[in-house]
Design a binder for this molecule. Sequence first.
Ligand SMILES: NC(=O)c1ccc[n+]([C@@H]2O[C@H](COP(=O)([O-])OP(=O)(O)OC[C@H]3O[C@@H](n4cnc5c(N)ncnc54)[C@H](OP(=O)(O)O)[C@@H]3O)[C@@H](O)[C@H]2O)c1
Length: 315
Amino acid sequence: MKNDQVRLNCGVTMPLIGLGTYSYQNDRKTTESAIHMALKMGYRHFDTAKIYGSEPAVGNALKEAISDRRVEREDLFVTSKLWGSDHHDPVSGLKQTLRNLSMEYLDLYLVHWPVTLKPWARFAVPNEDEFEKLDLESTWAGMQKCLELGLCRSIGVSNFSSKKIHTLLDFASVTPAVNQVEMHPMWRQAKLREVCGDHKIHVSAYSPLGGPGNSWGSTAVIDHPTIQSIAKERKATPPQVALRWGLSKGSSVIVKSFNEIRLRENFVALDLKLDDHDFLQIDKLEQWKIMRGDFLCNDTTSPYKSIQDLWDDEI
Ligand SMILES: NC(=O)c1ccc[n+]([C@@H]2O[C@H](COP(=O)([O-])OP(=O)(O)OC[C@H]3O[C@@H](n4cnc5c(N)ncnc54)[C@H](OP(=O)(O)O)[C@@H]3O)[C@@H](O)[C@H]2O)c1
């Protein structure tokens, strides 16, 4: 196994740097061109989701690369996610995703949020009356069926707190291979990493730069004076320091850039070396519950208030 990969609990290997494809602008051409640039630089792991609307662009770009023999399907790692409105029937949800991607299988299929929605709910921020009670046991049974049918090589979860991981493990026949959560130097997920580590669940870090430009994110991480000063000392950039921090915790990092220079900058974070002093300084950074926590949880009408315990893990 190469040192830029991790072996998941099911035996499947996953490249440690993944390209995120969520963009609120959702421009198909830009997404496809970013994927072609990323493939050229060595990216092999691509992260999408039905709700992002980026599945057709990801699928199309990868299909072109495969048919031009620039890459083999077996060398790619493609992740997508089950949206809340498909919790009732994960197999159909995944079949739709595969049609969107024009692919025969996924490498990883994740339960996007521990949130169930009415089958007709269409938007990322649903209306209050579109929520249903989460029946995790039946959703997970559907995910296991996806695996059994060979529609994906591994299954996992996303945005699951340690409490929800424990609940899931009470009835799961297949342990999730991955828990994809927001993680960066200002949301370090120490407790969650420990719980997942005990059960050999790989923690994958999304928004590893703090999600600048997104409604829930900010530049607080990459603008932080500590991150800036470590970067200066190491002759690196603040985003590289943030990414290297995530990798040093044994996590994969799912970072989004559609810009050629930043795509390259992020990919070479694998080569950066930080020392114990750098890590100690990062461990002292204030953790944020700001932005994302307020945005999703403190508003009593927020659809995502049911995942309050993910924020409580931080304490
Ligand atoms: N499971 C979930 O619920 C969930 C939630 C959120 C995200 N995700 C996944 O994780 C991916 C990444 O998360 P994210 O997009 O929220 O946050 P992120 O990767 O931390 O940040 C992306 C933003 O940072 C900019 N950027 C990237 N590299 C940079 C660099 N070297 N210097 C300066 N700016 C840079 C990007 O702009 P440019 O494109 O202009 O470079 C973009 O605006 C998503 O695309 C998605 O695939 C999953």
